[in-house]
Design a protein around this ligand. Structure first.
Ligand SMILES: Cc1cc2nc3c(=O)[nH]c(=O)nc-3n(C[C@H](O)[C@H](O)[C@H](O)COP(=O)(O)OP(=O)(O)OC[C@H]3O[C@@H](n4cnc5c(N)ncnc54)[C@H](O)[C@@H]3O)c2cc1C
Length: 391
């Protein structure tokens, strides 16, 4: 039986997280600088406070320094943390570190865990994940061109990547490279840990993008005869795609719940605004069109929340949740967009000004339909699975 009721413990955690967001995170949003991020001393002091409250790294098990609250617990916390774009960084669960730590925990050797996982979970170092390439479709990564050739006891990596989130300032990268060109299509790629700096690993530029200006942005990078020890292979050789799947499952749950946090915050701003603003002799809240926006937004957010919790619940039960994860990825991204869009419209000109966070939310939201796999690919996965039963 599916039961999403919160245990008293989880209820406490949610409340403590919400209180921290109100008291410390929303006020800090005002201190975001030109580069779109918090000054380092403020970030560090907020992270220390979160650790003291025991709310650090909700995505990781306790034995490596996380909270160990399962996928449903993680989803519920992320809905609160996600209400602010700086929330994940303050609670130690931002992309791409969260996903990297998850696969290091699942597939890393003891030495890799000690060198990379533990300091990354603790927030002492940052990391990046290098898969997408400008020359070929990222949605179909079987075409990726980056190669890694074993030369005695070293991998020699050559390739060109872009949109590598957080590469600037990262201490290591997990690179997806073709190691076995003759193997069956889905067993040609492996994941390899590349410490930064390593000769041959070069950041070319931070790609200018719409929204998502926080941190060091999304980099274009090159691997040129970049040599790392053979023991830096992460997980079994040729299993890169399998590991990538393991990485993206919980990642999508976290993203979808954060999107709901953003949608909910936009929704609340819309509701507060329309009960006060008057036009043509009545409050905006009295107009049927506005009421439709409120009702539709609430229905869509409730649907997205239940769908996401259902996917999280299946993951906690160790059931196959592939279809459910694809469903929430494209459905959640649309709900995010539509709710912010209505909130902006209800605010009139103020909605596109910097006087509310709505315009920033809207710019950030556009990318949600592309990263973690474009909507069309997730629709394809869902439709193929359903149609299989009819063929
Ligand atoms: C903000 C952001 C952060 C990112 N961070 C990272 C990162 O840290 N590391 C990393 O490796 N990558 C990252 N990416 C890249 C991301 O994973 C890719 O953009 C994504 O996989 C799509 O690949 P592509 O851009 O090459 O688009 P393409 O694969 O070229 O696809 C282009 C379009 O074609 C259409 N399309 C594709 N396949 C189908 C299909 N089967 N049916 C119908 N239409 C289809 C879709 O509309 C799609 O948007 C990031 C992207 C963004 C926007």
């Amino acid at each position: 039986m599916i039961d999403f009721s919160l245990s008293p413990e989880m209820e406490q955690l949610r409340k403590a997280t919400a209180r921290f967001m109100e008291e410390h995170v929303y006020p800090a949003e005002r201190e975001i600088g030109d580069d779109g991020f918090l000054p380092a001393p403020l970030l560090k002091s907020l992270q220390a406070k979160v650790k003291k409250l025991g709310l650090w790294a909700p995505h990781m098990p306790e034995e490596v320094g996380g909270m160990g609250i399962g996928v449903v617990g993680l989803a519920l916390m992320n809905e609160v943390i996600g209400r602010s774009p700086i929330g994940p960084l303050i609670f130690g669960c931002q992309a791409p570190d969260a996903g990297n730590c998850e696969i290091l925990h699942l597939f890393g050797t003891d030495e890799q865990k000690k060198t990379y996982l533990l300091p990354n979970v603790a927030g002492e170092i940052r990391s990046c994940f290098a898969m997408t390439e400008p020359e070929v479709s990222g949605a179909d990564p079987t075409n990726l061109r980056t190669t890694a050739v074993l030369d005695r006891d070293e991998w020699v990596i050559n390739g060109h990547k872009w949109f590598i989130t957080g590469a600037g300032g990262a201490s290591f990268s997990i690179a997806m490279a073709k190691t076995d060109p003759q193997a069956p299509k889905h067993q040609r790629f492996s994941m390899i840990l590349v410490p930064i700096p390593t000769p041959g690993f070069q950041i070319i530029r931070s790609v200018p993008v719409m929204g998502h200006s926080g941190g060091s942005g999304h980099s274009e990078i090159r691997f040129e005869a970049c040599r790392v020890p053979a023991k830096n292979l992460l997980g079994p050789r040729g299993e890169g795609f399998k590991i990538a799947q393991a990485r993206l499952g919980p990642g999508r749950i976290q993203h979808c719940m954060r999107w709901l946090g953003v949608a909910q915050r936009s929704f609340e701003l819309m509701c507060k605004h329309v009960v006060n603003r008057e036009a043509f002799g009545t409050k905006l809240a009295d107009k049927q069109t506005i009421q439709n926006w409120i009702a539709d937004s609430r229905a869509e957010m409730d649907a997205a929340r239940l769908m996401t919790l259902h996917a999280a619940w299946k993951m906690d039960q160790k059931l196959d949740a592939r279809l459910e994860i694809s469903l929430i990825k494209f459905f959640g991204a649309k709900v995010l967009h539509d709710v912010i869009d209505r909130a902006i419209q209800a605010h009139g000109a103020m909605g596109i000004s910097g006087d509310t966070p709505l315009e920033m939310f809207y710019r950030d939201a556009r990318a949600a339909r592309i990263y973690d796999g474009p909507d069309e690919v997730h629709r394809m996965v869902v439709a193929r699975r359903i149609l299989k039963e009819f063929q």
